[in-house]
Write a protein that binds this ligand. Structure first.
Ligand SMILES: *Cc1c(COP(=O)(O)O)cnc(C)c1O
Length: 241
């Protein structure tokens, strides 16, 4: 898929309007809702247009692609004269295998898809070697679909506690995906569930001081996600179509 800067800007305006209205309905501050642009379906030229449209939080769902894209954009920005409004930050939003952690860690800023202790430990070990701290979300399988990745709902509190013991990880919140079918209305129970788990973690202070975000909502269901408390929306196709 490809899209011009103009097209992206007009889509972005429409999305921000919808976010604003959802915030009004749920009495939330729109400044507490940010957009991560998922670029898995577009070409590099469109990623550049996205940056021109002012978006600097970019996401991929595959490790190899994330590394390639981050490198290409890095080269592009160094050649270009004008700087983006903020530094570009890369988010990994797809299922992550442990043997890919070493590859992405030097370029990734946030990992949304931590769903097992073994994966968390691998990220921690690699981060320690690079002398850095990596921001992670605990991904939860709120819809309990067997084929879907994510930590089981019943294990979330304990997992959050364990992640917090890893010194080179910073647990910044919880992430979930709506059901694979059924559209926006069908996603609501999953988002409500994630917010309840989030509230529980925060009231018991088991998730640490940085656990402040809910990464939920995609193109088809971001309005519902905002109404249920999302602070980070992972949006792809709605930006480009
Ligand atoms: C692709 C993807 C998105 C964005 O999906 P759109 O429907 O294009 O908005 C969000 N999160 C994850 C994990 C994805 O893989």
């Amino acid at each position: 898929m490809a899209a011009t800067t103009k097209k992206i800007q007009s889509n972005l305006r429409r999305i921000r309007e919808a976010i604003g209205e959802a915030c009004q309905r749920s009495r939330r501050d729109p400044d507490r809702v940010s957009i991560v642009a998922v670029v898995k379906s577009v070409d590099v030229a469109t990623v550049k247009n996205l940056i021109d449209a002012g978006l600097t939080e970019l996401a991929e769902n595959r490790a190899k692609r994330l590394v390639e894209r981050a490198d290409a954009i890095d080269v592009y920005l160094r050649r270009r004269r004008t700087e983006p409004p903020r530094p570009i930050r890369w988010h990994m939003v797809g299922h992550l295998q442990r043997n890919k952690v070493r590859q992405i860690l030097p370029v990734v800023d946030v990992i949304h898809s931590v769903d097992s202790l073994r994966l968390a430990e691998e990220i921690n070990t690699r981060a320690e070697r690079l002398e850095r701290t990596t921001d992670v979300f605990l991904q939860v399988n709120c819809t309990e679909e067997p084929q879907k990745s994510g930590c089981a709902v019943g294990a979330v509190i304990h997992m959050a506690e364990l992640i917090c013991t890893l010194r080179n990880l910073r647990l910044v919140g919880l992430m979930t995906m709506g059901p694979t079918s059924g559209g926006a209305a069908a996603a609501k129970p999953a988002f409500v569930r994630l917010r309840e788990l989030f509230d529980e973690i925060r009231s018991e202070r088991t998730g640490g001081e940085h656990c402040q975000h809910l990464s939920m909502g995609m193109s088809r269901d971001y309005v519902v996600a905002v109404e249920e408390g999302a602070t980070i929306l992972r949006i792809g196709s709605a930006l480009f179509q």
